[in-house]
Design a protein around this ligand. Sequence first.
Ligand code: F6P
Length: 563
Amino acid sequence: MAAIPAPIDATQTPEWKALQAHYDRLQAEGISLKKWFAEDPDRVKKLSFDTSDLHFDLSKNLVTDETVKLLADLGRAMGVESRRDAMYAGVHINTTEDRAVLHTALRRPVSDEGKFIVDGQDTVKDVHEVLDRMYAFADKVRSGEWKGVTGKAIETVVSIGIGGSDLGPVMVYEALKSYPRAVDVRYISNIDPNDAAEKLKGLDPETTLVIVVSKTFTTLETLTNAREVKAWLLQTLREQGAIDGSAEQDAAAILHHFVAVSTNHEKVAEFGIDPENAFGFWSWVGGRYSVDAAVGLSIILAYGKEVFEGFLAGFHDLDEYFAQTPLEENVVALLGLINVWYVNFFKAKSHAVLPYDQYLHRFPAYLQQLTMESNGKSTRWDGTPVTTETGEIFWGEAGTNGQHAFYQLIHQGTQMIPADFIAFVNTPNPAKDGDQDIHELFLGNFLAQTKALAFGKTADEVRAEGTAEWMVPARVFTGNRPTTSIFGEALTPHALGELIALYEHITFVEGTVWGLDSYDQWGVELGKQLAKQITPAFHDDTALEAQDASTQALIAYYRAHRQ
Ligand code: F6P
């Protein structure tokens, strides 16, 4: 296995220094998108890009031809291309866990079997074996051939998981809701009993199939919820007289109503789930990179094989584009590098993702785990400290709702917040308000926002509207607030796959420049450990005494007010 080179300190490279000098020069000259557009009639053309299904307009970013060249130089110097190739080939670039990072293998076509043997495993062959089993299982459930313990077909799926075992499937399920589905899916993630209580309301266990999704099959929330749902299922079936409460009938009910997605086959069997109904994946698939692995089973159950195949093909097309396009023309790499430009030179702290498509309403939440669990780190892949800012905060909300909530701060606040606008030309739900096409009204808002952010409104323009002089500053829009427009024909499974792969690779590019292992997540461990120590303190005085003063006081409040 190839050794991982020590990370380079980006800030000490001539390419970084050239970018710093360029940044200082731009600031001294005055950054003006208006001026840059006026001076260069080809700006839009030069900064527009296409992948199979997505069209990108980067012209409203704070970059010039020179910036693009210098960013590509930095990317090359930091090994974006060589590390990308190493990742695709299965080198253990996840150094702290000593693992390959091979989500790209999850979407390779069957014709790639035998070409990606990693640590002795034919990764593509194994991926397709699991896919075939999932498709066969989903066919049975969707056609009604798969029966519950009382002989009824499945109508609802309950998917239990958290983090990467939940956010991706929910987001995709919501995104594809305009497609016909054979079963409804409800997702339970939070350990807060309110989540399971609400999701189980009105469900008939006889027609419910439960998927327990957990890479490790040890996650507290998921296993607790799985046990709770198991108890609900057995109890309700008994009350309905469907089973008699004997251990044998309980076991039969579990076999008919529970399946699992996990890498941990032993724990799945311990839970009582038939290993035949367990769909696996591998340690080289990170949780937040697993929606296109068996973790996507609920998507196949709902929408079927063809939709999932289109989804995987979208990922793969984008993977190939990222692998084969030279950095200067590679919109995926450029978007990652431009994010670095904003975080490290403009000191941007956050990045808004604003889908102008209601079906993508869970996309920002999904991206939060993908980007922030990956790049929210202060240590590089060899254990040395980072030398510059990393990991901006990703957040957002579907347009136009955000316009009436937080856009004020993006337009006129003191922070610079780069924003990605995502929209589609066609809607599955065309509608009119009189003669007005409502989708055009919606898209008009997307275009208006990016225009206002880029070009603003000057004091003279405000004055010309008759505004009192003292109020002019409050109504000025500075402009020069950067946005990327991502436009597609329609939100198809293929386009969605491309969109997800796009952000996976943007995250990789940023992490590579910063020298991070974007594929571990040690930062979630301490809270998990402490929760185990603290929970007994609600009742146990010795455990309480071991806590800090603040925790003790909060538990005292709990004890005093518990009903
Ligand atoms: O605690 C964080 C995390 O490990 C995520 O990285 C992961 O997606 C999630 O928990 C769920 O883990 P699992 O799929 O093993 O239940």
